[in-house]
Design a protein around this ligand. Structure first.
Ligand code: SAH
Ligand code: DHB
Ligand code: MG
Length: 222
């Protein structure tokens, strides 16, 4: 099986099930035009995040890693009236592109884009009593994933859902000897999740237009 086939099936499913959306298309186009890396979630995965947020009844969402705001828009669109989303982004240029993309999607009022290293921004988020979050999407720098998971748990309640992108990395996650700091971060986070008695979790492999990767899904249970 080839990436071409995964991409063709991804496109087939997207064409069938993901309605064309000018604001989402524009978010990707402006991101590409500004030279941002093409690493947003796929349309199908964006829709998946949207469905999860709706199933969760999420009113309060936290995202690590905004980029051009593509996943942010999907998640924000799942919010009920009055719902809020905070998204953390280290690169001011990425944050600027995202901020320009949100109004087109009709979600500017619901979304708070904060610029800085996520770990530096979190104490203020906590102090503002914005927690607990109903859903947290971790999709920033992978070496910090262990810390992001620990901090996410602190900002959660029983029933909160934590989703982590890119936990398979072409299968590199199985290499215990890896020297790749991103893969090390994912492995260390997985170990923390496995050892954490307050959560129950799974992780799934995915193929599609972005290749072979996967995500982890963590439910806070106590
Ligand atoms: N969630 C986005 C993609 C995010 S890509 C989407 O699917 O549309 C990862 C983003 O994390 C990049 O924009 C990168 O600048 C940002 N990032 C990297 N290190 C970070 C850090 N320490 N704190 C916050 N954001 C960071
Ligand atoms: C990378 C980051 C991502 O969040 C992603 O979904 C794909 C790739 C990266 O840094 O290479
Ligand atoms: Mg990602």
């Amino acid at each position: 099986m080839s990436k071409d086939l995964w991409t063709a099936v991804d496109r087939y499913l997207t064409d069938l099930l993901v309605a064309p959306d000018a604001a989402l298309d524009a978010a990707l186009e402006t991101s590409a035009a500004a030279g941002l890396p093409a690493i947003s979630v796929t349309p199908n995965f964006g829709k998946f995040l949207y469905l999860l947020a709706r199933m969760q009844g999420a009113k309060n969402i936290l995202e690590f890693g905004t980029l051009g705001g593509y996943s942010t828009i999907w998640l924000a669109r799942a919010l009920p009236p009055g719902g809020r989303l905070i998204t953390l982004e280290a690169d001011p240029k990425h944050a600027e592109i995202a901020r320009a993309n949100l109004p087109r999607a009709g979600v500017a009022d619901a979304v708070d884009v904060r610029v800085g290293q996520a770990l530096d921004l979190l104490p203020k988020v906590a102090a503002e009593m914005r927690a607990p979050f109903d859903l947290i999407f971790i999709d920033a720098d992978k070496p910090n994933n262990p810390e992001y998971f620990v901090r996410s748990l602190e900002l959660s309640r029983v029933g909160s859902l934590i989703i982590v992108d890119n936990v398979i990395r072409d299968g590199a996650v199985v290499d215990a000897q890896t020297r790749d700091a991103s893969v090390q971060g994912v492995r260390r986070m997985n170990e923390l999740i496995a050892a954490e008695r307050r959560v129950t979790a799974t992780a799934l492999q995915t193929v599609g237009g972005k290749g072979y990767d996967g995500f982890a899904m963590v439910l806070v249970t106590s």
